[in-house]
Write a protein that binds this ligand. Sequence first.
Ligand SMILES: NC(=O)c1ccc[n+]([C@@H]2O[C@H](COP(=O)([O-])OP(=O)(O)OC[C@H]3O[C@@H](n4cnc5c(N)ncnc54)[C@H](O)[C@@H]3O)[C@@H](O)[C@H]2O)c1
Length: 269
Amino acid sequence: MHLGVIGCGKMGTALVSGAIRCNVLLPQNVWGIDAIDAATVAFSASTKAHHATSFLQLAENCDTFLLATKPQDIATACESLTHALAGRPALVISLAAGVTLSRLEKLLPENARVIRTMPNTPALVGKGASAYCLGTLATPDDQKITHTILAAVGIATEVSESLLDAVTGLSGSGPAYGFMVIEALADAGVKQGLSRQKSLELAAQTILGAAAMVLETGMHPAALRDMVASPAGTTIAAIAALEKNGLRHALHEAVSAATQRSKELSSLS
Ligand SMILES: NC(=O)c1ccc[n+]([C@@H]2O[C@H](COP(=O)([O-])OP(=O)(O)OC[C@H]3O[C@@H](n4cnc5c(N)ncnc54)[C@H](O)[C@@H]3O)[C@@H](O)[C@H]2O)c1
């Protein structure tokens, strides 16, 4: 695979760096292009990949393309790519939030095989949670390529496009919920007398550890929670306080609000 990265910003660079780190991609097989020259230069300095000076050069050297511009720049980027491909077949993987498969298929050449993805910001530190859905012409090989690239910076799973708004509400916006929980726990620790720095470290590592236990043991979170809640102990007292104050309900409402907002934004794009 020869990958052309269109938009060498945070996500494009994070995905390529992760894939190179995991030997999924070789830097000599990657080309990047950006509307801002400095971004292309920074991309190739950090990944050791080539930087393309034109869409034509990118299209001549690559068979797979990562669309990593902001959603509002997707139409311009697709137009440049379509022109440069001049009918050659291509796999195009889009990261743009809210830009549907049918819109991408309209913007790209009619023989383009398109895949739409929803990554999240922890991909920047190799702990992403991404979902993707396949366009009408995408093949099983295209699915494998996309999965491998996304899995290089975390986990990846295929969903139908109708579920991508739910993915946005859960894992796309989810890092913000995690940050708020960690911040609130750290504040609570400070209230109980811990220093700010120790409290923040303990809070973040505790959430990281809980998540790792769920993923590594495969056990249900309720079973893991029961293991630390001894009769008449401290943890069950805290659990009762969390239930009383509606932690579960707040999270249901958060995911539902973000999913709804994602649907609204997709319908506007
Ligand atoms: N950052 C995230 O957490 C996150 C999460 C999920 C999805 N995404 C998606 O990833 C995409 C990229 O986000 P980001 O945070 O990396 O943005 P970014 O602003 O860091 O990078 C986008 C880059 O695209 C370049 N660009 C704009 N128009 C272009 C064009 N016509 N041709 C070539 N380059 C062009 C910009 O100069 C910029 O460097 C977005 O569509 C976003 O929806 C991002």
